[in-house]
Design a protein around this ligand. Structure first.
Ligand SMILES: [Cu+2]
Length: 265
């Protein structure tokens, strides 16, 4: 398998096989180029050595050959771009599923960790205010906002259900980071002041490492999180458990045995 040969991590997303296929094509092409140009180089060393050519010639000699070779390389590269890279990229940006059909999460990077913000049962994200950011409230969530009452927050732990599309809105609190999910074959810079959506569909349950793909400071090496892709019922159980732990029982519904934090509400 090409994944193994190239040292790629296992693919766990729906579109990942297409990415791997393109990587494979590019590598075969590079191998062909390497062999071809290496042979041409060796040929030139012998054909144009000093003993055989005591006087330099600036005209003629095989120049058409290398021009044709270079044009062929450009044509193959254009083909790879137009036939493979553009459609892949276009699907990432133009075929974004609607919020109704997907699990939507906000990802807020900070030095040096990942905050995950789930909208809760109402499906609406509460208001965020940078002025509210403190040690207990890393994303500045305004709990006074009705939409925020059932919102859930995790640090360095993301859960998604397998087999459903996921949309992640990527942003940052401080410097530029990069939300990289190697197993999902997707990555996106986390840029302060912007929120960039990405989407993918995890197809394999498991635990996957999330890394910061952008050198972001002295603690960059430690900026890791885990993505848990769960079966649908396990995902729901996780959400329910989080809600029981994080939310005051005023939010409605029975929450048996929830040791609610002393929050006003
Ligand atoms: Cu980072």
């Amino acid at each position: 398998m090409i994944n193994r040969l190239l040292g790629l991590p296992m693919n766990a997303s729906e579109h990942g096989a297409q990415i791997d296929h393109m990587l494979e094509l590019v590598h075969w092409f590079m191998l062909a180029l390497f062999v071809f140009w290496g042979a041409f180089f060796a040929y030139c060393l012998i054909r144009f050595n000093r003993r055989a050519n005591p006087k330099a010639s600036y005209y003629g000699m095989r120049s058409h050959f290398s021009t044709h070779a270079e044009i062929s390389v450009v044509i193959v590269e254009a083909f790879l771009l137009i036939a493979f890279a553009f459609p892949l990229w276009s699907a990432r940006v133009n075929e974004m599923p609607s919020d109704r059909d997907a699990v939507v999460v906000r990802v807020i990077a900070q030095q040096f960790g990942w905050n995950f913000h789930y909208p809760g049962k109402d499906g609406k994200f509460g208001r965020q205010d940078p002025g509210l950011i403190d040690a207990q409230n890393p994303i500045g969530l305004d709990r006074g906002d009705p939409d925020a009452r059932d919102d859930l927050l995790t640090i360095n732990e993301m859960h998604l259900p397998a087999g459903r599309q996921a949309i992640a809105h990527i942003s940052s609190r401080d410097v530029i980071h990069n939300f990289a999910l190697p197993h999902m074959r997707i990555a996106q810079d986390a840029i302060p002041g912007t929120s960039v959506p990405i989407w993918f569909k995890p197809i394999r349950e498991g635990e996957y490492e999330v890394v910061c793909g952008q050198l972001c400071g002295a603690g960059h090496y430690s900026m890791k999180a885990w993505l848990y892709v769960d079966a649908a019922e396990d995902y729901q159980a996780w959400l329910d458990g989080m809600a029981a732990r994080q939310l005051a029982p005023a939010g409605g519904g029975p929450s048996p045995g929830a040791s609610a934090p002393p929050a006003g509400g």
